[in-house]
Design a protein around this ligand. Structure first.
Ligand SMILES: C[C@@H](N)C(=O)N[C@H](C)C(=O)O
Ligand SMILES: [Zn+2]
Length: 206
């Protein structure tokens, strides 16, 4: 029987109406090149404490003329399972040039770019960036979302001072509001005091 969204989960737009969504796994612009199993609609879902913490980040940002843009939030376990199956299939590399040009897809899990048990499936992790509140132009983070390579690491030396400062701005605000960063991906943050540390949910995103 299909799982339904638990009562402690919310649509992020209902908590943060002005947040911008670009839910990549609901469409083709992602590392698989295809819509991902379990993403039936381009909406963002999180558990309530995570959405509340994110609302505080958005408030801080709006004071300075910026806004959050979300690429991924809650991710059903079936989507993770489809990533695992995709990585084991040697062909099917249609998005390689844009997302993992220097790596083999079978190594993406071992290298830490994708997780078999993800904080996203616990509803406590979000992939995001900062945009201008008026133009919606993305802040230059020195690398694009879901680019699997060293340039996405927080400690990379391959980006400019300004790009480092932009990443640090996002990191400082996220940490101030209860999130922890992820060394391999500048866009990925998990709530420290997460409410379901051992639960991997599988209701569809819709
Ligand atoms: C796939 C990427 N967006 C991501 O979220 N990676 C981390 C490691 C995850 O899968 O939890
Ligand atoms: Zn992530």
């Amino acid at each position: 029987q299909e799982q339904v969204m638990p009562r402690d989960f919310v649509y992020v737009k209902e908590v943060i109406p002005d947040i911008v969504l670009e839910i990549r796994y609901a469409g083709e612009n992602n590392f698989t090149g295809k819509p991902v199993n379990g993403y039936n609609k381009p909406v963002a879902i999180l558990n309530k404490p995570t959405a509340k913490a994110l609302a505080a980040v958005q408030e801080d940002l709006m004071e300075e003329g910026y806004c959050l843009k979300i690429f991924d939030a809650y991710r059903p376990q079936r989507a993770v399972n489809s990533f695992i199956a995709w990585s084991r299939e040697p062909g099917d590399t249609i998005a390689k040039q844009d997302f993992y040009p220097n790596l083999q897809k079978k190594n993406l899990f071992n290298l830490g770019y994708i997780a078999t048990k993800s904080g996203h499936s616990r509803g406590s992790t979000v992939d995001l960036t900062i945009i201008d509140a008026h133009t919606h132009k993305e802040m230059d983070m020195g690398g694009t979302y879901d680019f699997f390579g060293k340039i996405s690491h927080h400690n990379t030396e391959d980006i400019s001072k300004k790009q480092k400062a932009n990443r640090a701005f996002l990191k400082r605000l996220m940490m101030k509001n209860g999130f922890r960063p992820y060394a391999e991906e500048w866009w990925h943050y998990t709530l420290r005091n997460e409410p379901y540390p051992n639960s991997y949910f599988d209701f569809p995103v819709e």
